[in-house]
Design a protein around this ligand. Structure first.
Ligand SMILES: Cc1cc2nc3c(=O)[nH]c(=O)nc-3n(C[C@H](O)[C@H](O)[C@H](O)COP(=O)(O)OP(=O)(O)OC[C@H]3O[C@@H](n4cnc5c(N)ncnc54)[C@H](O)[C@@H]3O)c2cc1C
Length: 300
């Protein structure tokens, strides 16, 4: 009889783990608290390590087709001067694969499409987990329980599985950075991947395959700063930086703003009995490392 796994959370890490487990012959159920997936989030950069994992899951080609790989890249100053440049193709020569800029929703859609529909149960919020593999959840039809040989806690930075199984573990901490993210409509003109640095502030530009542009801005700031119009805050902070930064922000509809947090005290182990943590649930890191999704893929 096939071994059974319950994966808690259908983010990038949870779906990848489910795909990998199925390829290894396991019976998998993914429990996801949201009732329906919406195209939320902004862009991600998949690096060589994440792409190798997607290759191992049989999805590397599908992702490369829907991501953008051919951009040149570099670091700039707010007045636009380049500090360093990498020509298109150089990363690929060095690492044997290029980095791919992709919308998180596109990657999520590819992963979800690689699983049979019945594998992922939405509207299922996990409320209790035991080391011997019992999982309680509030499901679409009311409270339910599953017994599994393996439980994978892939439920993100505010992980319920981590809180229940590792009660002494430190909670996420704010890192003193406010970050904004956005995706423009299709953009006229060829853009490089560029990271612009100033003291205590950074702005990143990542062109996507369909002409849209993912951007982020980050500034050193205590959590709980001024609420209100996120776009206006980005314009106030980055409006004087080199083009196309002000134009990209002006062209963006929804701007997402977050006070960044991470898990800064590593757990002694990510495995307890039949339960294992992965991705942000295990080791949430700050986005400037560009590795959150990539390391979730490695874990999977
Ligand atoms: C909505 C969303 C948008 C994001 N957008 C970006 C982005 O634009 N750019 C970027 O770089 N990173 C983004 N991230 C973060 C990035 O995707 C993650 O750092 C990385 O992919 C690691 O993913 P993960 O699978 O470990 O966790 P997550 O992607 O956080 O996924 C965790 C999943 O678990 C579910 N969940 C949580 N608690 C429970 C519970 N009790 N029961 C059942 N399910 C539960 C959540 O609903 C979520 O779907 C986003 C994350 C989320 C959730």
């Amino acid at each position: 009889m096939a071994r059974t796994a319950v994966v808690v959370g259908a983010g990038i890490g949870g779906l990848s783990a489910a795909i990998g487990l199925r390829r290894a012959g396991w019976d998998v159920t993914v429990l996801e608290r949201v009732a329906a997936f919406r195209p939320v989030g902004a862009g991600l950069v998949l690096q060589a390590n994440g792409l190798r994992c997607l290759d191992a899951l049989g999805l590397g080609e599908a992702v490369r087709m829907r991501g953008r790989a051919d951009a040149s890249a570099g670091t700039r100053r707010p007045d636009g001067r380049w500090l360093a440049r990498i020509a298109a193709g150089d990363l690929e020569r060095l690492l044997k694969t290029s980095a791919i800029g992709i919308h998180r929703a596109t990657l999520h859609e590819i992963l979800l499409g690689a699983l049979p529909e019945a594998t992922v149960v939405t509207g299922a919020q996990v409320t209790a987990v035991t080391a011997d593999g019992l999982v309680d959840y509030e499901g679409p039809a009311g409270p339910a329980r599953i017994a599994a040989d393996l439980v994978v806690g892939a439920d993100g930075i505010h992980s319920t599985v981590r809180r229940l199984m590792w009660p002494a573990a430190a909670a996420p901490v704010h890192v003193g950075v406010r970050a904004w993210r956005g995706v423009t409509p299709p953009w006229d003109g060829d853009l490089a991947v560029a990271f612009t640095w100033d003291r205590g502030a950074e702005f990143g530009i990542v062109p996507l395959v369909d002409g849209r542009v993912y951007w982020f801005g980050a500034v050193n700031a205590a959590p709980g700063g001024p609420a209100g119009d996120e776009k206006a805050q980005v314009q106030a902070r980055f409006g004087g930086w080199h083009e196309p930064i002000p134009a990209l922000v002006a062209a963006t509809g929804t701007v997402l703003g977050d006070d960044l947090a991470c898990l800064d005290e590593p757990l002694p182990t990510y495995v307890l009995g039949r339960v294992a943590l992965l991705g942000d649930a295990a080791h949430a890191m700050t986005p400037n490392l560009g590795q959150g999704a990539n390391q979730a893929l490695e874990d999977a």
